[in-house]
Design a protein around this ligand. Sequence first.
Ligand code: NAD
Length: 507
Amino acid sequence: MSEALQQNIAKAEGYLARFKDNTLGHYINGEWTQGSEGRTFENTTPVDNTSLGYVVQGSEADVNAACEAARKAAAEWAEMPGAARKKILHKLADEIEKRAEEIALVESMDCGQALRFMRQAAVRGAANFRFFADKAPEARNGLSLHQDQHTNFTVRNPIGPVAVITPWNTPFMLSTWKIAPALAAGCTVVHKPAELSPLTGAILAECAEAAGLPKGVWNMVNGFGTEVGKALTEHPAIKAVALVGDSATGKLIQAQTASTLKRLHLELGGKNPVIVFDDADFDRALDAVVFMIYSLNGQRCTSSSRLLIQSGIKDSFMAALKERVASLKVGHSLDPETEVGPLVHTGHYAKVTGYFDTAKEDGATVAVGGYSLRDELGPGNYVAPTLFVDANNSMRIAQEEIFGPVLTAIEFDTEEQAIELANDTIYGLAGYIWTSNTGRAMRMANKVEAGMLWVNSENNRNLPSPFGGVKMSGVGRDGGDWSFDFYMETKNVCIAHDLHNVPVLGR
Ligand code: NAD
């Protein structure tokens, strides 16, 4: 074990001790509470599947208490001047930055993502708060729409208490992504972190507390989706639900929220194509293809899990790709050398390794990987980065979201075939196009069915740009002003110039 890894483990143990010694509760109405029923569940680390402590398993009563707190706090928070909210949210970002090392180490141990990527979690989380903090004073602004005899103007008001439900893959960053615009818009929040990685959600709530958010503005309830998540989405005080999660969960939430007619933003799964044409910049495309599926353990909604490779470049590109995939460094998530860490949970490990057999059953070839690394690396959820070749788009490895460090490569000849293959999926989150032909890039960008396309780039996040998917990858967009549109109601006010004839009846 390297010295750097030993040091990181020692530091992480220091930060994790309190979670091991004390059951992690909920944060409701400005108080930490152990909930109403005394039930708990165990949280484990993917690096060796040992315990990180116990977490309170929230109940319907806990959800009711959190929603009631968010409801009571809503008016005061909504009416607070935007400049005051801006100040508090910048303070929150300061608190996050102060705890950047802790957040990175705890996050890596809780969800298995390599520290090299999680070092950015706090920085990006704080940036989310700062971006929306600066926009808070103008969030209510609308449009002026002129008619000859009337003037219409629009104004936006916070929609009310909202539910934010987040997944385990990059829990800290994704939570900030949703909660920051909600608070900046003037909404109060009930957050339900993923049950598989609840720790940094608690740190985030502590940062909010330290920043001086009024009681009830931020509430967090731990527990399972089928209980806490369901009760939260059904609660009448909650006016909108922002979910980042699986497409199956998105469908459930659409059904659960139907009777209370809530607004939904669903950021769901993907089976995103990266399309590499013969004329692509070979080295940059190779770097991006490797990065966009093997970084973050492939547990990333925008990962490019299907490589569509044009026949002219195929042999040389695949030879170089195999070499790179075989050289990826798998290991403990706190090792600075690690590029691919352990998968979040034993259940997810079983799902991902199950696809090694699925690939062979469907007639594909395992060119690299396709096995567990538990014998080599110990009892964590380690798998070899895997590359499937000789695949076609109808195979399960080309259609289903595996959500691991697993890439399926498929050959194509023409631009038309590339479009057909790219769109032959139930999903439509992201796509990546590599070509030096601008006209072709434009044609592809028009035809590929996805909420987000990157041309000659890996996933580059720009906070003012819209983020979201089409088809089974989701409903709605956030980012920039799209976030305020989601968390706010637009009201139209029409004022007469007293020039028009008011219709007369019964005179
Ligand atoms: P998941 O859907 O199982 O869980 C996400 C959250 O939803 C968890 O907090 C869970 O407890 C909750 N939940 C589950 N059932 C619920 C219900 N019936 N009602 C309310 N809440 C419920 O997803 P996951 O396994 O944690 O995360 C992986 C998935 O998230 C992948 O499909 C991935 O593509 C997706 N994801 C999407 C994006 C995006 O921006 N599109 C980003 C990251 C992850």
